[in-house]
Write a protein that binds this ligand. Structure first.
Ligand SMILES: [Zn+2]
Ligand SMILES: [Zn+2]
Length: 151
């Protein structure tokens, strides 16, 4: 049997003081399977198991989960908001400039803020959200193939 890391959605919801509903459980399962998903991808996944769920209901659940701290919303420039269940560890993201693939990058120091600016203009630092940009391995492989295939 394949070991699954699907979180116990019902327990998470109860701990956060949220009512356990089919839609909320389905959204958490979708995000566990597909971290860094946009709302539309989550809607498509949830509709596969709960065909009567409305788009708006899924959007509401994503907002509820984010507000309750169960999900995190990231917004790399040029992309719709992406949701994930990995919260509270101040991790960062690397985004492919070609295909938009997103991968996690662990926080360098293990706690927020892991970067210290040279000056803070009097602000107390809370966290640093860093987006690294690059080319993912899939896109890199395509580029190499293209070069090899060229006459
Ligand atoms: Zn890519
Ligand atoms: Zn992440």
């Amino acid at each position: 049997m394949i070991e699954t890391t699907t979180p116990d959605a019902a327990a998470l919801l109860r701990e956060a003081g949220l009512r356990v509903t089919d839609t909320r459980v389905a959204v958490i399962a979708a995000l566990a399977d597909m971290p860094h998903s946009g709302a539309d991808a989550v809607v498509a996944r949830v509709e596969a198991t709960l065909p009567t769920t409305s788009r708006q209901a899924v959007y509401n659940v994503l907002n509820d989960l984010a507000a309750a701290g169960l999900a995190r919303r990231i917004e790399p420039a040029g992309q719709p908001g992406l949701y994930e269940l990995r919260v509270g560890d101040n991790h960062h993201h690397i985004v492919c400039q070609r295909c938009g693939a997103v991968a996690d990058v662990d926080c360098v120091t293990g706690h927020a803020p892991c970067l210290t600016p040279s000056q803070t203009s009097g602000f107390d630092l809370a966290e640093a959200e860093v987006t690294f940009w690059g080319i993912c391995s899939d896109c890199k492989a395509l580029t190499v193939d293209a070069v090899v295939a060229a006459p």
